[in-house]
Design a protein around this ligand. Structure first.
Ligand code: SAT
Ligand code: MN
Length: 588
C-alpha cells in the first residue's frame, strides 16, 4: 500500500499524542477483515451468531449509555461563531483543540490504533472524498470497512499529495460528560472522543458525508444531503430517480429498498436502490441534478424490519452482518421487536441480561442497528456504483407527523420546494438521545447535520437550483398521519410506491393534480390504490389541507425562520408570504 508523506507525517504525530501500543494500517483486504474479526471475537467486542443460520454474522453490544447520536456533544468549530449558525453547537477551534488534545494525550495506551483510509463516493467520481480515520475501536475499523470503500483503494484515489479529512476517534472511557464530536471545517478535521456509537464514531457517516460534506459542497457548488436515492421503474421500463430526505429512523431504508405491492409488481413495476442515507447532489453539464450515494453499506435501524416491512433488508442482513444492540435467542440468532418470529423464552436482551416475553421492556434497543455491505442487497440498482451518479427527477421531504401534513404535496417550483424543505417538522425518534415523539423543526432533515449556518444553507439551495435548467420536482410526503384512534391512516411500506408512482407520472408531465394553497395534491382517483386496504374516506382525510392548521404552521414557521436572522434568504420569506396570502384567500 503506497502511503503519501502527508498521511504518514500526520499519523506519526497522532501516534505520538495518543500513545497506542500498536499501530495497524488497514488495507481493506478480505484477509485483513477475517483477522480483525477474529481479534474482535477474541476480545469480546463481537459475539459470533449461529454460523448455520446467520453465516458470517456477529453481535456487538455497546455501552448502555452509548446507543445513539448525542447532539449536545456535537460541535462545529469555526473561527467565526456565526458561520456555524444557531443550528450548531460551537466551540472556538483553539479551545476545542486544546480540550481534545488533552483528552487524547496517551488515550490509546494499552490499545491498538487502526489507521483506516476510506473513500466516500466511487473511485473516479467528481465528488469522491478521501478521509483517514485513526481509531482504537476494532468495531469501528470493521464497520468502516463495510460502510466505505476502505484501505488501498482510498489511498490510490488520494495519490501521493492529495487532500484528505483527518479523522481521530478515541473510545477513551466512554464518559458522556467528556464526549465531544468536533468538526473543524476550515482545517478539514474531525475529532470524536468518548463514544463508540455509529453516528458518533464512524466518521465517514454524518461527520464527513454531511457536516463537512455540506461545507465542502457550499464551497464547490454541490449539495450534501440526508437523503435516500431510489429508482422507480414503470411497466414501460422508464425509471424515475428520486432522492428523499427524512429524519433519522423515519423509514429511509425501507423506502430505499421498497418491494412493490402485488398488484403493482404484477403490472411490472420495479424498484432499484442506490442509497439509504446520503445523497451528494451536483448540477450536471446537462442542467440536471445528479445524485451519488457516497457510502458502500447500510447502517440501518433493526427494530421493525421484517419480511412484511422490508424483505430486501431481511435478505441483506441474512449473512455477513454486524448487529449492534439487538437481542440474542438461545439458538444463536438475533431478535428484535417487529421480527417475523414471535419472542421466545431464553432470549437475552441488548444489554446481555435475561429477558422474558411480555416483560414490558424492549429486548432490542429501539436504535439497534445492522451494518451490511450494499452489495448484499437484492434490489441494488445496476447504477449504484456509477461514478456519474443518477439524474434526479424528484426530491421528497418526508415528515413523521400525526397531523397537518398531507400524504403528498407537490411544490410549484424549486424555490417553493426549498421552502417546503425548510418547513420540515417531524416527531423525534430513538436515533438521537433525548425525548421521543416531540415535534421539532428539522429543515431538510438536516438540522443535526448541516455543517454551517442554515440561512446560508438555504441560500446555497437556491443558488444550486438556479443553475439547473431541468430541476427536479419537489414533494412533501407524510406516511405517518394518524386517525382519531391514533392509528396510522396510510398502510406505508410497499404501498408507498403508489405515491411514488403518482410522482413518476407527474415528472413525465402526466398524473392529475389539484391546486391548493400549500401546493398540488393528487386529483381524485389520480393515486392508484387498487388492491390497497384503504377506504375512500381515509384517502380523503390523508389528502385534506386544513387551512387553520396551515395558517398556524406558517406563523410558527415564520418565528422559527426569524431565529436564523438576516442570513435567511429573502426568497424564502417571499415564498412563505405567498403561501400565507393563498391561505387567507382559501375558504375554511
Ligand atoms: O447514527 S447515525 O447517524 O449513523 C444514523 C442516523 O441517526 O441517521
Ligand atoms: Mn441517517
Amino acid at each position: 500500500m503506497e502511503v503519501g508523506e502527508k498521511v504518514r507525517a500526520w499519523v506519526a504525530r497522532m501516534v505520538e499524542l495518543c500513545g497506542p501500543d500498536e499501530v495497524v494500517w488497514c488495507d481493506g483486504s478480505a484477509d485483513e477483515r477475517d483477522r480483525l474479526t477474529r481479534r474482535a471475537v477474541r476480545t469480546g467486542v463481537l459475539l459470533p451468531l449461529s454460523e448455520e443460520l446467520y453465516p458470517g454474522c456477529h453481535l456487538h453490544r455497546s455501552h448502555p449509555s452509548d446507543v445513539a447520536r448525542t447532539e449536545k456533544s456535537t460541535f462545529v468549530c469555526t473561527s467565526d461563531r456565526e458561520d456555524a449558525g444557531p443550528n450548531n453547537n460551537w466551540i472556538a477551534p483553539d479551545e476545542a483543540r486544546a480540550t481534545l488534545e488533552g483528552i487524547c494525550t496517551g488515550v490509546m495506551r494499552g490499545r491498538t490504533m487502526y489507521v483506516v483510509p476510506f473513500l466516500m463516493g466511487e473511485p473516479g467520481s467528481p465528488l469522491a472524498k478521501v478521509g483517514v480515520e485513526l481509531t482504537d475501536s476494532v468495531y469501528v475499523a470493521l464497520s468502516m470497512g463495510t460502510m466505505t470503500r476502505m484501505g488501498a483503494v482510498a489511498l490510490a484515489e488520494l495519490g501521493p499529495d492529495g487532500v484528505f479529512t483527518r479523522c481521530v476517534h478515541a473510545t477513551a472511557a466512554l464518559d458522556p460528560e467528556l464526549r465531544y464530536i468536533c468538526h473543524f471545517p476550515e482545517t478539514n478535521e474531525i475529532w470524536s472522543v468518548n463514544s463508540g456509537y455509529g453516528g458518533n464514531a464512524l466518521l465517514g457517516k454524518k461527520c464527513l458525508a454531511l457536516r463537512l460534506g455540506s461545507w465542502m459542497g457550499r464551497r464547490e457548488g454541490w449539495l450534501a444531503e440526508h437523503m435516500l436515492i431510489v429508482g422507480i421503474e414503470d411497466p414501460e421500463g422508464r425509471t424515475t430517480w428520486i432522492a428523499g430526505a427524512f429524519p433519522s429512523a423515519c423509514g429511509k431504508t425501507n423506502l430505499a429498498m421498497l418491494v412493490p405491492p402485488p398488484e403493482l409488481r404484477q403490472a411490472g413495476w420495479k424498484v432499484w436502490t442506490v442509497g439509504d442515507d446520503f445523497a451528494w447532489l451536483r448540477p450536471g453539464p446537462d442542467g440536471r441534478l445528479w445524485a451519488s450515494n457516497p457510502e458502500a453499506g447500510f447502517f440501518g435501524v433493526v427494530p421493525g424490519t421484517s419480511c412484511r416491512t422490508n424483505p430486501n433488508a431481511i435478505a441483506t442482513i441474512s449473512h455477513d452482518t454486524i448487529f449492534t444492540n439487538v437481542a440474542l435467542r438461545p439458538d444463536g440468532t438475533p431478535w428484535w421487536e417487529g421480527h417475523d418470529d414471535p419472542p421466545v423464552e431464553g432470549t437475552v436482551d441488548w444489554r446481555g441480561a435475561p429477558w422474558a416475553p411480555g416483560s414490558g421492556t424492549p429486548a432490542a434497543h429501539p436504535n439497534s442497528r445492522f451494518t451490511a455491505a450494499a452489495s448484499q442487497c437484492p434490489s441494488m440498482s445496476a447504477r449504484w456504483q456509477d461514478p456519474r451518479g443518477v439524474p434526479i427527477d424528484a426530491i421528497l421531504f418526508g415528515a413523521r407527523r400525526a397531523d397537518t401534513v398531507p400524504l403528498v404535496c407537490e411544490a410549484r417550483d424549486w424555490r417553493h420546494g426549498t421552502l417546503m424543505g425548510a418547513m420540515l417538522t417531524s416527531e423525534t425518534t430513538a436515533a438521537a438521545t433525548g425525548a421521543l415523539g416531540v415535534v421539532r423543526h428539522d429543515p431538510m432533515a438536516m438540522l443535526p447535520f448541516a455543517g454551517y449556518h442554515l440561512g446560508d444553507y438555504w441560500s446555497h439551495w437556491l443558488d444550486v437550483g438556479a443553475r439547473l435548467t431541468q430541476p427536479p420536482r419537489v414533494y412533501a410526503v407524510n406516511w405517518f398521519r394518524t386517525g382519531a384512534d391514533g392509528r396510522f391512516l396510510w398502510p406505508g411500506f410497499g404501498d408507498n410506491l403508489r405515491v411514488l408512482a403518482w410522482i413518476a407520472d407527474r415528472c413525465r408531465g402526466e398524473g392529475d393534480a389539484v391546486h391548493t394553497p400549500i401546493g398540488r395534491l393528487p386529483a381524485k382517483d389520480a393515486l392508484n390504490v387498487a388492491g390497497a386496504s384503504i377506504s375512500a374516506d381515509t384517502l380523503g382525510h390523508l389528502l385534506t389541507v386544513d387551512a387553520d392548521s396551515w395558517r398556524a404552521a406558517l406563523n410558527e414557521q415564520a418565528d422559527y425562520l426569524r431565529g436564523y436572522g438576516p442570513r435567511v434568504p429573502e426568497a424564502l420569506w417571499e415564498e412563505l408570504n405567498a403561501m400565507r396570502r393563498a391561505l387567507s384567500r382559501s375558504p375554511e
